[in-house]
Each structure stands twice: as structure tokens, then as C-alpha cells.
Ligand binder design. Structure first.
Ligand SMILES: Nc1ncnc2c1ncn2[C@@H]1O[C@H](COP(=O)(O)OP(=O)(O)OP(=O)(O)O)[C@@H](O)[C@H]1O
Ligand SMILES: [Mg+2]
Length: 242
């Protein structure tokens, strides 16, 4: 692996919530520039926890976090991490907190030191890029689940991150909206780790799959993604894909 291109380098990370068994147990993870990685694992296996560790929202019990070649340990180290890595939260309500869509999307650039006018300009361009231009005056708390998901993605992209951590970005979305997110990710050409239970999606927009099991990342050569052909001759009846 070319260490100059290493964006995320976790070594021996262990973590447990207070009073609970270990969620992450001596976990190693590497993400390099241009990598598009899918992350799978059962419910409760620690996928979201892992993202929160990378962003410095949770502190590991032990282990080393290196981001863009720099060790990140204290809260101050994670300030620059959060400028470079954009996290799309699993729950959009954790992401959105401003009254209107425009304010929410402008918040990130403002926080990064842009002027009010610049931040609004970036926010408008990002919303347009996602075909959400008409949403700017909408109240965020009144958006539908799928709309919140898209606006959340806009808040992340408006910060012009170098890498994305996407926690189930398409869960609960209709096919059209899902396609929009897929297209956006392809167009942006950023590296990312994408958590999803949707193997068809991972087949389309990732290059490799990591599995989280017993608190560790397994790069399983046996996980060969293949695409299903969804002709569905049996319509509503349950059926198996070969
Ligand atoms: N704030 C918390 N306090 C205590 N335990 C927690 C907390 N958040 C998560 N957990 C527990 O930690 C484990 C890992 O949770 P996590 O949310 O990381 O799983 P996940 O792989 O993202 O699951 P899912 O696929 O359901 O989103 C679970 O057993 C969960 O119940
Ligand atoms: Mg999760």
C-alpha cells in the first residue's frame, strides 16, 4: 500500500460503551485515496460506532488513529479531521438542526470561516447540484425522511470534504432518489466508506467490501458481489435469487 495515499489508518482500536462488552476489539482499518469501500456487518456489530471513532465523536479505549498521516488523539486533532472527512449520519435528525434547509446547508461553510454571502452561495450551488434548489426555504423538521436524507447529504457536501463516511445513505429511499445518490457519488469521484445492507448498491458503487465481525474488520476474499437481475416474474410472491 502506498502510504502517501493513506487517508485513514486505524491500528488496534478497541472500544466499549460504559458497562458493555467490547464493540471494537483490536480493529485495523485502512482507507487510501481513490478507495471506494463498502462496509457490511449485522445490526449492532459496530459499524456506526466505528465511524464515530474516526470522527472523534467517541474516544477509543486503546489503539491509534492516523488521518492523512497525522495522529489524531485529542479533541483539537479532530477539528481538522472533520474539515476533511464528511460524515453522513445514519439518522438524519442527528445531522439537521437549523430551522431552514438553506441555513442548515450554509452552516458548515460558515463554520469553516466563509463569509455569510460565500456560505449561502456554496449552499445554493450544493442544493442545485442535488436538484434541491426549491427546498431552500423549507423547514427542515417538516421534510419527509427521504428529503431529510438528501438535505443531510447536501450539508456534508457543502463542506467540500476530501473523503466521505456514509452511514446507510440510501436506507428508506425510493429508487429514483437512490439513483440520484448513486449518480452523485460517482460524479464526485471522492474516496468513501459506505455502510449499507444493500448488496446490489455496494456492487454498483464500491470496489471492495469490508465486513465487521467480532469487533474486527475482515477483508473477505470470499465475499464476491454479484448483481441480481430484478425481472421478478413471481411478482409479489417470495422468491430466491440464484
Ligand atoms: N450510546 C450507546 N450506549 C450504549 N450502547 C450503545 C450505544 N450506541 C450503540 N450501542 C451498542 O453498541 C453496539 C454497536 O452499535 P452500532 O450502532 O455501532 O451498530 P451498527 O453496526 O451500526 O448497527 P446497525 O446496522 O443496526 O446500524 C450495539 O450493541 C449497540 O446496542
Ligand atoms: Mg449503524
Amino acid at each position: 500500500m502506498d502510504s502517501n495515499n493513506l487517508i485513514i489508518n486505524l491500528t488496534d482500536i478497541s472500544f466499549s460503551y460504559p458497562g458493555s462488552p467490547k464493540v471494537l476489539d483490536n480493529l485495523d482499518l485502512q482507507l487510501s485515496r481513490y478507495d471506494k469501500v463498502g462496509l457490511i456487518g449485522p445490526n449492532g456489530s459496530g459499524k456506526t460506532t466505528l465511524f464515530h471513532i474516526i470522527m472523534g465523536l467517541l474516544k477509543p479505549l486503546s489503539g491509534k488513529i492516523e488521518i492523512f498521516g497525522k495522529t489524531a488523539k485529542e479533541e483539537k486533532d479532530f477539528i481538522s479531521v472533520r474539515r476533511k472527512i464528511g460524515l453522513l449520519f445514519q439518522d438524519a435528525d442527528d445531522q439537521l438542526f437549523s430551522p431552514t434547509v438553506l441555513e442548515d446547508v450554509a452552516f458548515g461553510p460558515l463554520n469553516l470561516g466563509r463569509s455569510r454571502d460565500e456560505a449561502v452561495d456554496i449552499a445554493r450551488k450544493t442544493l442545485d447540484f442535488l436538484d434541491l434548489g426549491e427546498f431552500e426555504d423549507r423547514l427542515t423538521y417538516k421534510l419527509s425522511g427521504g428529503e431529510k436524507r438528501l438535505v443531510s447529504l447536501a450539508t456534508v457536501l457543502a463542506m467540500e470534504p476530501e473523503t466521505l463516511l456514509l452511514d446507510e445513505p440510501t436506507t428508506g429511499l425510493d429508487e429514483k432518489t437512490k439513483t440520484k445518490i448513486k449518480k452523485t457519488l460517482c460524479e464526485l469521484d471522492l474516496s468513501y466508506i459506505l455502510i449499507s445492507h444493500d448488496l446490489d448498491l455496494l456492487f454498483e458503487i464500491t470496489d471492495s467490501i469490508y465486513t465487521i465481525k467480532n469487533g474486527k474488520i475482515i477483508v473477505d476474499d470470499k465475499v464476491h458481489l454479484h448483481q441480481h437481475t430484478h425481472a421478478h416474474p413471481h411478482g409479489l410472491y417470495s422468491h430466491k435469487h440464484k
